[in-house]
Design a protein around this ligand. Structure first.
Ligand code: NOJ
Length: 449
């Protein structure tokens, strides 16, 4: 049997984000982001790590692109640092910063790799946080739309594929609710919910801005809904998982896909519900070209007629965990079920897996190879499940592994290593791990074995 599991034109790639890989935090006129401020607080980040150098992609992008080409990658998902191109979030464009992204895109294209640009991956310009309270304010949303429109035009046809906002939950709930990541605020629920709403609106505003200047752009979200899978694949549990998926994710992906807040969310929040207008939802619910799913974990669901909601979600801890971060339990079938449930609920035109991966404490052996069979096991299981979704005809077009290379895992510092490529942070040397070779072979054959 020589049958491929993935078609020839499947988009294989990897993903990163500016703060996590670029470094050059104060170079060439870049303005500060909320992370450059947050990281200074003692113990905000494990080991008091900072992003000044990170994986140094700002200076080593050619080397990184050469690696991607060698593996046969078709695409690279990276984010733009807003404050690198607009140091205050608005006003004059920093040409040197913009040139970096142009050079990166040109290098990618020269090597046959399609750039997929994320406009917002958590590093808000500090000036917007200080002046307007960041995402608490509609001013920030307005400036986000202006940034996207202006810079998309400046990119001059180099990029055709865009993600608007990466993961609403982290930006709003973790940044402005729990305070574990920048800007490190612990706002009351009502204000936190307003931040959530403004991020949805930022997504819609960016879509509108893009459509105006890059008519052939393809754009969508990169979102990490809670993935819920039927505990047993029989109709009662499948229906329960679908209902749970829609309701648990009501305030983010469901609101975007349905162009309104489901009643269950508004009822749940009561007086803490955000203020919004109908016009907001004209933007938020505008059609997208694809939905990007960042998929790291899943929870089993059973039908529970005895409860008011009709379903019961098992704790992730009940599933054996094999990945480096406790919340990210090993649940590969979330791939198949995630694609299927999203498709059955909303029929998006295309689905991309915009992130998926695991961290570990990888290190070179004495022969300086980096052996990571755990990551190969993770990849094989997740991609076999994804292949199942393709076999059944769900419109999955691509997969971006998180991550290309080891990088700064936000408040968790440099310890969790997510890369297919190992980074020696003392020398910044790159060493492709064994999983890199596995991925390369999969790209070549299109087959999971
Ligand atoms: C999702 C985020 O988008 C990314 O920045 C992060 O590093 C990975 N998950 C792993 O936690």
């Amino acid at each position: 049997m020589n049958q491929r599991d993935f078609p020839e034109d499947f988009i294989w790639g990897t993903a990163t984000a500016a703060y996590q890989v670029e470094g050059a935090a104060y170079e060439d006129g870049k303005g500060k982001s909320i992370w450059n401020e947050f990281e200074k607080h003692p113990s905000a980040i494990v080991d008091n790590a900072v992003g000044d150098v990170a994986s140094d992609q700002y200076h080593r992008y050619r080397e990184d692109v050469a690696l991607m080409r060698d593996a046969g990658m078709k695409a690279y998902r990276f984010s733009m640092s807003w404050s690198r191109v607009l140091p205050d979030g608005r006003g004059t464009v920093n040409r040197k910063g913009l040139d970096y992204y142009k050079r990166l895109c040109e290098e990618l294209l020269r090597n046959g790799i399609e750039p997929y640009l994320t406009w917002y991956h958590w590093d808000l310009p500090l000036a917007l946080q200080e002046e307007f309270g960041g995402w608490e304010s509609r001013e920030t949303v307005k400036y986000f739309g202006e940034y996207v429109g202006r810079i998309a035009k400046e990119l001059d046809g180099l990029v055709k594929n865009f993600f608007t906002v990466n993961e609403f939950l982290a930006c709003s709930d973790v940044g402005y609710g729990l305070g574990a990541i920048a800007p490190g605020l612990k706002l009351p629920k009502k204000r936190r919910n307003q931040v959530r709403h403004h991020l949805l609106l930022a997504h819609g505003t960016a879509l509108q801005a893009l459509r105006g200047v890059v008519p052939d752009a393809k754009a969508g979200l990169a979102e990490n809904p809670s993935f819920l899978i039927p505990v047993i694949p029989v109709p009662e549990h499948i229906e329960a998982a679908k209902k749970a998926f829609r309701e648990v994710n009501a305030h983010f992906i469901t609101a975007v896909m349905e162009g309104k807040y489901p009643d269950c969310y508004l009822e749940r929040e009561g007086a803490d519900a955000p203020s919004f207008t109908e016009d907001d939802f004209k933007l938020i619910g505008a059609p997208m070209d694809f939905v990007g799913l960042n998929l790291y974990y899943g929870k089993p669901v059973r039908s529970a007629p005895e409860t008011p909601e009709g379903y019961f979600i098992f704790n992730a801890e009940t599933a054996a965990s094999c990945t480096g971060i406790a919340d990210f339990n090993f649940e590969p079938s979330a791939m198949y079920w995630g694609c299927r449930i999203v498709h059955e609920l909303w029929h998006p035109k295309e689905i991309l897996i915009s992130e998926n991966g695991m961290s570990a404490n990888d290190r070179p052996s004495s022969g300086s190879e980096v052996y990571d069979p755990h990551r190969i096991k993770y990849l094989r299981a997740h991609l076999a499940s994804l292949a199942g979704a393709l076999r059944e005809g769900y419109p999955v077009k691509g997969y971006f592994h998180w991550s290309l290379l080891d990088n700064l895992e936000w408040h968790l510092g440099f310890r969790p290593r997510f890369g297919l490529v190992y980074v020696n942070y003392a020398t910044l040397e790159r060493i492709p791990k064994m999983s890199w070779s596995w991925y390369k072979e999969l790209i070549r054959t299109g087959k999971i074995e």
